[in-house]
Design a binder for this molecule. Sequence first.
Ligand code: ZN
Length: 262
Amino acid sequence: MKKLTILFLFLLFLGCATTGPGGKKSLILISSNEEVSIGEQMAAQVEKEEKVLGDTLVQQYVNNIGHKIAGISDRKELPYNFKVLESDQINAFACPGGYIYVYSGLLKIVEDEAELAGVLSHEISHVVARHGIKRLQQVLGLQVLLSIALGSSSETNKQVISTGIGLVLQGYSRDNEYEADQYGTYYLMEAGYNPAGMRNLLNKFDQLSSKEPSFFEKLVATHPPMKERVAKVETQISGYGKPAETLPYKKSEYDNIKSRLK
Ligand SMILES: [Zn+2]
C-alpha cells in the first residue's frame, strides 16, 4: 500500500512537471534533466558523424532565430541549441532536450527568414511536446533511457544512442506532425513572423515530394500528406485574421545569409 502511494506521488510529480504545447500536460517517466542528458549525448554523436557548417555568421543567424522562437515557447527553460550541418540533404531534426539541426541543403531551398523560422518552430514544437523522448521511451524502453541519462559510455549505450538518432530522423506519427505544424505556426506568429511562412514552407515540401520521395524528416508512409498539412495550416492562419497578414517575412535578411551558402 505504502509503495503504491509512493509510486502514485512519483507519477503525479512527473506528470505535473511535464508541459506540452499550449500548456497541455502529459505523462512521461523521464524528467526534463534526464531528457536533456539523453539529447546532449545524441547531439555529441550527431556532431561526430556529421559535419557542422564552418560559417559562424550563418550559425549565429540560425541560432538567434531559434532562440527567439524557443524563448516564447511552452518549454523555454531548456538549453536550446541550433546548428547547421553541411550537407545537400533537405532535412532538419530535433534531438530530445532541444538540440536542433538543420542541413544546409534545406537552407538553400528556403526563400525567407519566416520559412526558416517555420522549420525551427516545427522542430521546437516536437521538443516542447516531447515527441522525440516519448518515441524513444516507446521503442527503447524506460530502463535503457535511464541508463543513457546517467551518462554511461558503454558500447551498448553508444549503439542505443545511434538507434535513437535514427528514430528522430524518421519523423513522427501523423498526429505528432499535425501538432508540430499547429504549434509551430502559432509560435512563428508569436515570435513576430508572418505565419504564412509555415504554409509556404510546407507547399515547397509538397512540390518537392513528387520529385524526391524521401527528405524532410525522412517523409515516410505514416506521415500525413503534405497537401493536408498545408490545408490545416491555411485554415489556422486565416483564423488569425488581418494582424497576422501584416507580419514580415524578412526576405532581404535571409538573402544575405543564403548568398554565403555554396
Ligand atoms: Zn515533424
